[in-house]
Design a protein around this ligand. Structure first.
Ligand SMILES: Cc1ncc(COP(=O)(O)O)c(C=O)c1O
Length: 456
């Protein structure tokens, strides 16, 4: 694009766009960033400057990297042939992707399409509410969520959100959502106990008993918490959650919006822990951002609860998502899954994930400010502290300075941001599943330099 045209674009952006998650005031003096191109692990901005993207499109999305012709062709071919019909009818890639997806999720059976992670989670909440109304005299309608987890941006998914800053100023919220404590050992006085995972899960049982088990319909959890600080559940946690949910007849809803589709080295995060979910939701990596698609998957047992004779006019799932009928979404998702399989990307995630963790752990010897490195696969966080002994978190401006310095060096990294007032102090890394050792070296070197540049 000619420089004069790109200047026009930047002008239109500044004058008319309302960007997500950012304060616009600084752009009265400087240009917003416009991403013009992407190829593999790298994107180029409006000034022609190239960046190594260590956050897969900013928010854990472009899992197979930029510029994939096979996905673009699959979407193009499909939307020319049949772009859309409401999902009360089927379409060819929708059926094909459902079959392939269920193949990767033993124990699961039914696939419901919509178009964002928030929306998929809302579907999961609606299932619970309707089931309570139909089968449990309205009683098992409450939904439990966890401190530090995030399930979306709508008022109801924020009601299920454990990140106080994200919720602040947007209440009042939907009733019937109940919080349990987080399971981050590093930030729990019980965290040093070898039995901490079981103890943390027992917090769920305490809340179920306090609320009355007859009122609890489901618990909605991220398998590994993402924006709340990359929290890998401690040993024994998920197994105990499973045991408690079985005991009290509570459905398990797992939010795989970030972890799903290979990010952690298995197809789904919950598959590391042997959990048997009733509901699984996913979005971002399903089509790597090449099309907007989200999915709710349920067991056949849950699906069967909604089967009734046709003269029963209210007992089916009376829900729709207009864009859940876009055939380009599952077409992109099929091509995306094919890439992950053909290029053995799960193996690469495990290899490169270990290398990334080792490289960051090695940085701890040099930089006292890194309090803890945690993660699974290519999903890693480094929590920054003022003092390793007291674990006092650094001010969020420090984490912002590190991210800004890396950007100046041409590497995009992320951080927990406007999530938890005291704890916006974790650097977040989630490079595409295709990344190489050289890419990781470049990312870790940028962080090393940025940490070295902080005022002592
Ligand atoms: C774990 C998790 N669930 C749900 C969502 C919401 O997804 P969306 O922004 O597509 O609505 C997000 C978004 O970041 C997320 O991280």
């Amino acid at each position: 694009m000619k420089p004069e045209n790109i200047n026009e674009i930047v002008g239109s952006d500044r004058n008319h766009l309302w960007h997500h998650l950012v304060q616009h005031k600084p752009w009265q003096q400087s240009d917003p960033m416009v991403i013009v191109e992407g190829k593999g692990m790298r994107v180029t901005d409006h000034n022609g400057r190239e960046y190594l993207d260590a956050v897969s499109g900013g928010v854990w999305t472009v899992n197979v990297g930029y510029g994939r012709e096979s996905i673009a062709n699959a979407v193009r071919d499909q939307i020319l042939k049949m772009c859309y019909f409401a999902n009360s009818a089927g379409n060819i890639p929708g059926a094909q992707f459902a079959e392939k997806l269920i193949d990767k999720m033993p124990g699961m059976s039914r696939v419901y399409y919509s178009n964002s992670g928030s929306e998929a989670n809302e579907k999961g909440f609606k299932l619970v509410r309707q089931l309570a109304a139909m089968k449990n005299g309205g009683k098992k309608h409450k939904i439990i969520y966890r401190d530090r987890d995030y399930h979306g941006t709508t008022i109801t998914t924020l009601s299920a959100g454990g990140q106080a800053q994200r919720k602040d100023q947007y209440g009042p919220f939907t009733p019937g959502f109940v919080e349990i404590p987080h399971c981050l050992a590093y930030r729990d006085p019980r965290g040093g106990d070898p039995d901490y995972g079981v103890q943390a899960a027992r917090d769920l049982e305490k809340v179920i008993l306090a609320e009355d088990p007859d009122t609890i319909g489901s618990v909605c959890l991220e398998p590994i918490t993402a924006g709340g600080g990359v929290i890998v559940p401690p040993e024994g946690y998920w197994e105990t959650v499973q045991e408690i949910c079985t005991k009290y007849g509570v459905l398990i809803h797992i939010d795989e919006v970030v972890c799903g589709m290979g990010r952690t080295g298995k197809w789904f995060g919950y598959q590391h822990y042997g959990v048997k979910p009733d509901i699984v939701t996913m979005a971002k990596g399903v089509a790597s951002g090449y099309a907007a698609i989200s999915v709710m998957v349920t067991t056949e047992d849950l699906f069967n609860e909604f089967l009734a004779e046709p003269d029963d006019k209210m007992s089916y799932f009376r829900d729709i998502s207009t864009f859940g009928g876009c055939a380009g979404g599952p077409a992109a998702a099929l091509a995306n899954m094919q890439i992950i399989e053909e290029e053995n990307l799960l193996d690469n995630v495990n290899l490169m994930g270990d290398y990334l963790m080792d490289s960051l752990n090695a940085l701890m010897d040099k930089h006292e400010i890194i309090g803890e490195v945690r993660g699974k696969g290519l999903f890693v966080g480094a929590e920054l502290v003022k003092d390793r002994g007291t674990r006092e978190p650094v001010d969020e401006s420090i984490a912002a300075a590190v991210v800004g310095d890396c950007l100046k060096q041409g590497v995009m990294i992320g951080r927990t941001n406007r999530s938890l007032a005291k704890y916006n102090n974790t650097l977040c890394l989630s490079p595409a599943l295709i990344c190489t050792r050289d890419d990781i070296d470049e990312i870790v070197t940028a962080i090393d330099v940025a940490l070295g540049n902080l005022p002592q």
